[in-house]
Design a protein. Structure first.
Length: 569
């Protein structure tokens, strides 16, 4: 310990980190030397270069400097004293006022030695400042979400953005939306939509409750609370969203569906699929972000292993047969289907799709929105497709026996058919068809390939850290002796930094790609169960979801915690 040389004000902090085993003395001295070279204090350096978990640093700072430690995850953002200072000051100094008590302003900081930041807030507010220690990643998240500047968003070559709805309807159709309040509501909604795109969200939830109102985004598959607008804004927020999505704002007792198009530039637009639902305390609205670029990613970007990609491409090249994709809602089935359709979308191929609803418009493909209320069901659309000289048919989902029978008949008579089902694994998909009433012979002779999939969060490349896991634990989790014999095997864990959320950034597909081999066909013909099919699939060398997930862990792409979350052991 005597070999560590740094400023006396940090000595206790440094000693505690080393004595508690968070860093070796040698690594700490390297960090101190690097901080001196960069003319930083050691706290700022450890935070900036992610050498330790944010919570470890925050706890050490709190103990050393005698300042309270607070978890921002439980903070109610409705308490933010936004009127005391401007966003630019907060963005510049990376601190956040949390609450005012008389002449005292409590300010969240991850580094209490940053006196300039605290002095700037003190000068700007004319209040006494009391620092509160928080985790750096959570502070950055709070600043980004609550004090972010949407003007920094890249709109390409456009100077502005627009909504392709007649916003004048907002005040003429709803007596509860005063004309003078229209502009703030419009700006607030637009900011939420832009922020959601910027954060890579897939869904936005606007939720009224008895005593509160909240807005949540689903980012990387996980819902996160973003804002708590005043409850009295609930009706106006719902009305504005319904006008934008061309719903009937006078109808508040029945669910409705709508669509919003947000133009980011002359060549870039994002669609939102909108659904309203009457709840106990008002209308909840959920917006699904439909980015057309997600359908153009290409198979290389989806996360298939080489052998899985080869099986997928081989199935697409067959002139007839059925390719089924399965997984829960939000597992990326639509992107996989559209990727396959884009590969098949050539001048000499006639492609028709039946979807509920059509999420992304694809040039060159005949897309049909099913509408059961008018009799345009999946099965009705399929019957019509077969009279339209099709080469490839995509059915959004096989929900009933009639649809399944028509789809299988099409697959047996010279057409490529793609569709989805809701099952947990590839083997269960085949038995699900049989349980619907499809004869085993038809399943065995028509289905070429089944893909089950999940989406797992990617580890942040900037802050992921190696972790040692006992060999016996790894074996129990599904690793093999051959896996563990690899001298380069390294397992990583999430840490969290300013570049990510909780140590993750983006998602990657986890796949079970099962070709229907002669052995599997035989089991189907003999009315075998999903366990027998799974055993034959494993014997043929096809990885199940768990095994595919573990491969992503071994590649350093995701963590064991994440694979445990999205797959069963």
């Amino acid at each position: 310990m005597s070999g560590l040389h740094t400023s006396p004000k940090f000595s206790g902090f440094i000693r505690r980190l080393v004595e508690d085993g968070h860093m070796t003395a040698a690594n700490m001295q390297n960090a101190i030397d690097a901080a001196k070279k960069a003319k930083q204090d050691i706290v700022a350096h450890l935070i900036e270069h992610h050498r330790l978990a944010p919570l470890t640093i925050a706890e050490g700072i709190s103990l050393e400097f005698g300042e309270p430690l607070f978890d921002l995850a439980v903070y109610d953002t409705a308490l933010l004293p936004r009127e005391l200072t401007d966003n630019k000051l907060i963005q510049k100094h990376r601190v956040a006022p949390l609450i005012q008590r008389g002449q005292i302003l409590y300010v969240a900081t991850s580094n209490p030695t940053n006196i300039d930041a605290l002095d700037a807030i003190r000068f700007n507010t004319k209040l006494n400042i009391e620092p509160i220690i928080v985790e750096h990643n959570k502070l950055e998240k709070l600043i980004e979400q609550q004090f972010g500047d949407t003007s920094s968003f890249d709109f390409g070559d456009s100077e502005d953005f627009d909504l392709d709805v007649d916003v004048s309807q907002d005040t003429t159709q709803d007596d509860e939306t005063p004309q003078g309040d229209e502009s703030p509501i419009v700006k607030y909604i637009n900011k939420l939509l832009i922020d959601a795109i910027r954060m890579g969200a897939s869904d936005l939830h606007f939720e009224p409750y008895e005593k509160s109102y909240r807005v949540r985004y689903r980012v990387d598959g996980v819902l996160r609370q973003i804002a708590n607008p005043p409850l009295q804004m609930a009706t106006r927020l719902a009305s504005r969203l319904k006008v934008m999505s061309q719903m009937d704002i006078s109808e508040k007792r029945m669910p409705q569906d709508g669509r919003i198009k947000l133009k980011l530039s002359k060549t870039k637009a994002i669609d939102f699929r909108v659904n309203s639902l009457p709840t106990l305390f008002g209308e909840k609205l959920v917006l699904r972000i439909l980015d057309p670029s997600s359908a153009m990613l290409g198979i290389e970007a989806l996360g298939y292993e080489d052998e899985q990609k080869a099986l997928f491409m081989d199935a697409l090249e067959k002139p007839q047969g059925m390719l089924l994709i399965t997984g829960p809602t939000g597992s990326g089935k639509t992107v996989s289907l559209y990727t396959g359709l884009n590969i098949l979308n050539t001048e000499d191929t006639n492609i028709s799709t039946a979807e509920d609803p059509v999420e992304i418009n694809l040039e060159g493909i005949n897309q049909v929105n099913v509408n059961p209320k008018t009799g345009l069901t999946f099965s009705a659309a399929l019957k019509a497709f077969l009279r339209q000289d099709p080469d490839v048919i995509m059915v959004g989902e096989i929900r009933d026996l009639e649809t399944a029978e028509i789809a299988i008949k099409a697959a047996q008579t010279g057409h490529m058919v793609m569709s989805t089902l809701h099952t947990n694994s590839a083997p269960e998909t085949l038995t699900r068809l049989r349980n619907m009433g499809v004869p085993s012979f038809n399943i065995a002779t028509s289905v070429n390939l089944v893909i089950a999939q999940r989406l797992a969060r990617r580890l942040c490349s900037q802050c992921k850290a190696p972790v040692d896991v006992p060999k016996q634990s790894l074996l129990e989790l599904g690793f093999t002796e051959q896996d563990l014999a690899n001298p380069d095997l390294q397992i990583f864990q999430p840490i969290g930094c300013a570049e990510c959320r909780e140590g993750y950034k983006g998602r990657v597909g986890i796949y079970e790609v099962m070709k229907v081999t002669p052995a599997i066909s035989k089991i189907i013909m003999e009315d075998g169960n999903a366990l027998q099919i799974a055993a034959a699939s494993e014997q043929a060398g096809f990885n199940n979801l768990r095994r595919s997930g573990l491969k992503k862990v071994m590649q350093g792409i995701t963590s064991l915690q994440e694979i445990n979350r999205v797959t069963s052991e």
